[in-house]
Ligand binder design. Sequence first.
Ligand code: NAG
Ligand code: NAG
Length: 260
Amino acid sequence: MHFQTLALGLAAAAVSSAQTWSACDPTKKAGCPTKPALPTEEYAIDFKKGAPSQGWFNSTGAPTYGPNGATFTIKKVGDGPTIQSNFYIFFGYVEIKLRAAPSKGIVSTMVMQSDNLDEIDWEFIGSDTGHGQTNFFGKGNTTTYDRGWAYPITTPASVYHTYAVDWTAEKITWFVNGAPIRTVKYGDASALGGKNFPQTPMNIRIRNWVAGTPGNAQGVINWAGGLADFSNANTKYEMMVEYVKVKKLQPLWLLQVRRQ
Ligand SMILES: *[C@@H]1O[C@H](CO)[C@@H](O)[C@H](O)[C@H]1NC(C)=O
Ligand SMILES: *[C@@H]1O[C@H](CO)[C@@H](O)[C@H](O)[C@H]1NC(C)=O
């Protein structure tokens, strides 16, 4: 299947969906604490085995853990269970096996984000049963232009798929079930000749949130498929994550040593 062609005309709504926040942006503030790099070249966490004992923290709310992995549940406006990696990678590969949360207004995400708001996204609108969205932002520039794209994916809210991002200094490639579906190069127009290309160390955030919340910008609500429906008191919208795998991009000198 030629995703690139299918995707034409399916560009995400012209609205910012950046999930940008940073506790300390080193380009705006002096004395930000130094952040730990991923200590190993490769890392994998299987949430089916329970909560991670290290490497992650609960940022707003928390998932629960069980045989299906981590479950990120939304029951009411304001819920937004999120885990965030303590570690940072400076280029590398991130893969997640995820089943998105269903229904309008609910957005499941895997976001890589730096402290000065470079960002690479996988996003799933609960009411869009045939697509997932890829996006990227440079230094918190949230004018969308042509950066956000939707790709055909079979019922992401009822089927687990693996979604990945391979991020190097030259390009970002997004994958679905191992197949590349989109590549953005450093110098591409959408990367503004490099200016909008993510190029600072990023942590990983996994989040289920209510984008369709009264009070949010109308564009965000529309992008999310409308206001989330909480009219039934028993409603819960669950995003499930089985695992996350991360590979650091190997420093060039290390590759050179290995080639010798
Ligand atoms: C996050 O909260 C969950 C649910 O309470 C708990 O199981 C888990 O240990 C917490 N994780 C961290 C890193 O504190
Ligand atoms: C933000 O990105 C848009 C393209 O998406 C570009 O037109 C604009 O100049 C950028 N703004 C800054 C401050 O770099």
